[in-house]
Design a protein around this ligand. Structure first.
Ligand SMILES: *Cc1c(COP(=O)(O)O)cnc(C)c1O
Length: 377
C-alpha cells in the first residue's frame, strides 16, 4: 500500500505568476514598445514607489542585492584595510561585498533564538579600523537595531542593513531600510519581492549618500563621460523595474499570506509536542516578521530533510556552512568553534515551504510528516 503523498515545493513561483500574468505581460509589452531598457523613467517610478513604501527619502535601483551592499560600503567610504562587522551566519554576499573592497569582514556571532546579530558581542570586536556594521535581517526579521545603532553612533560607525530578505519587515512600526544609514534589498526571484532575474535597491534618508550611490552605480559619473569617482556598472533595467512595480501592489497581500502560514505552522507544531526535537522560529517583541523563510531548528536535520524529500516536501538549508568556515576565508585564520551559535545553526536549521499560495492541507501535511519522522525513531 502506497502511503498518501502530496507535493509541497519549497517555493512555487508559477502559482504566484498565474495570479498576475495579465498585469505583468501588459507592462512587459509596453516596455518593449518603449525600447528604453537601462535605468530611465520605469526605474525612477519604482525607486519612488519603494522609497515611499519603506518610508525613505531616496531609493537607488541597482543590479542586485549583492551590489546594493557593495555600493553602500563604497558610499560610506569603506576601503582597503578597513574592518566591517557582520555575522558569519548569512548568505555569502554580505561578507563578500566587504572583501571585494579590500576590507576585512569581522564576524560577530548570532543570537540562538532569532539567528540575527547579537548586539552584546559587537563592542568587543570594534577596533580603530572598524568603519561599519552590517546587520542582516535574516529570514525576514529585523536585527536589534536600537542596540546596534546605539553602539554605531557612539563609535561613529556606518550601519548598512542587509535587508535582502526583509522587504516590508518592521521594527516598532519602522520599516527595514530606514533603520540604518542605508538599506539593501534584493529582487532575486526567491525574495519576497522577486523580479524576473537579478535586481536590487538601496534606500536612504541622507541626500549625500543618495548622491554618492546614484553616481557610483554608473561608473562614478554624474555627467556622461565625466568621472568624479571610480564606480561600477550596476544598474537596474526597465523591464525588471516595470515588473517589480506591478508586483509591489501585491506585496502586502503575499506577506500576509506568509505570516498566516507561519502562524498555522506555529499552532500545528505546538500541538504535536515535538518541543524537544524541533524549535519553531522566534519573533522578538516589536518585530513585524515577513517570513522570507520559516526556519526551524531540527534534531537529525539531514535525515529529516531526506525523509521529507521522499514525501514530496521541498526544504532547504540556509546556510550549511558559516562564513568563517568557507575555504575562501581560510586566510582570516578562524577555526571551528570560533562562532558556536552560528555553527550550531548551520547544523540544525531547516527552512520549510512558506510561500503565500500554500494550502492549509499542504501545511498540515508538512507538520504531519515531520511528526511521522520523529514518531518512528
Ligand atoms: C539574497 C541575499 C543577498 C544578495 O542578493 P542578490 O540579489 O542575490 O545579489 C544578500 N544578502 C542576503 C542575506 C540575501 O538573502
Amino acid at each position: 500500500m502506497g502511503q498518501f503523498q502530496m507535493n509541497v515545493p519549497l517555493l512555487d513561483l508559477k502559482a504566484q505568476f498565474l495570479g498576475i500574468k495579465k498585469e505583468v505581460m501588459d507592462v512587459v509589452e509596453t516596455v518593449c514598445e518603449e525600447q528604453g531598457f537601462v535605468l530611465g523613467p520605469r526605474v525612477v517610478e519604482l525607486e519612488q514607489a519603494l522609497a515611499s513604501y519603506v518610508g525613505a527619502s531616496y531609493a537607488v535601483g541597482v543590479a542586485s542585492g549583492s551590489d546594493a551592499l557593495l555600493l553602500s560600503l563604497m558610499a560610506v567610504g569603506v576601503g582597503q584595510g578597513d574592518e566591517v562587522i557582520t555575522v558569519p551566519f548569512t548568505f555569502f554576499a554580505t561578507a563578500g561585498a566587504v572583501s571585494r573592497l579590500g576590507a576585512k569582514p569581522v564576524f560577530v556571532d548570532i543570537r540562538p533564538d532569532t539567528f540575527n546579530l547579537d548586539p552584546m558581542r559587537i563592542e568587543a570586536k570594534i577596533t580603530a579600523k572598524t568603519k561599519a556594521i552590517i546587520p542582516v535581517h535574516l529570514f525576514g526579521q529585523c536585527a536589534e537595531m536600537g542596540a546596534i545603532n546605539e553602539i554605531a553612533t557612539r563609535k561613529k560607525l556606518a550601519v548598512i542593513e542587509d535587508a535582502c530578505q526583509a522587504i516590508g519587515a518592521m521594527q516598532h512600526g519602522v520599516r527595514a531600510g530606514v533603520l540604518g544609514d542605508t538599506g539593501c534589498f534584493s529582487f532575486f526571484p526567491s525574495k519576497n519581492l522577486g523580479g524576473f532575474g537579478d535586481g536590487g535597491l538601496v534606500t536612504m534618508n541622507d541626500a549625500k549618500l543618495h548622491d554618492a550611490l546614484a553616481m557610483l552605480r554608473v561608473h562614478g559619473s554624474r555627467i556622461r563621460y565625466v568621472h568624479e569617482q571610480i564606480g561600477i556598472n550596476s544598474r537596474l533595467d526597465a523591464l525588471q523595474a516595470a515588473i517589480l512595480r506591478v508586483k509591489l501592489n501585491h506585496l502586502d497581500r503575499w506577506t500576509e499570506g506568509r505570516r498566516r502560514n507561519a502562524a498555522r505552522y506555529d499552532k500545528l507544531f505546538a500541538e504535536t509536542r515535538l518541543i524537544d526535537r524541533i524549535a519553531t522560529p522566534v519573533t522578538q517583541p516589536g518585530n513585524y516578521h515577513v517570513f522570507n523563510q520559516y526556519t526551524i531548528r531540527a534534531q537529525r536535520r539531514d535525515e529529516l530533510k531526506n525523509f521529507l524529500k521522499d514525501r514530496g516536501i521541498g526544504t532547504e538549508i540556509y546556510y550549511p556552512i558559516p562564513m568563517h568556515e568557507q575555504d575562501c576565508y581560510r586566510f582570516l585564520g578562524h577555526k571551528k568553534g570560533d562562532f558556536p551559535v552560528s555553527e550550531q545553526a548551520s547544523a540544525e536549521a531547516l527552512s520549510l515551504p512558506i510561500f503565500a499560495e500554500l494550502t492549509d492541507a499542504q501545511l498540515d501535511y508538512v507538520v504531519e510528516s515531520i511528526k511521522a519522522f520523529y514518531d518512528k525513531r
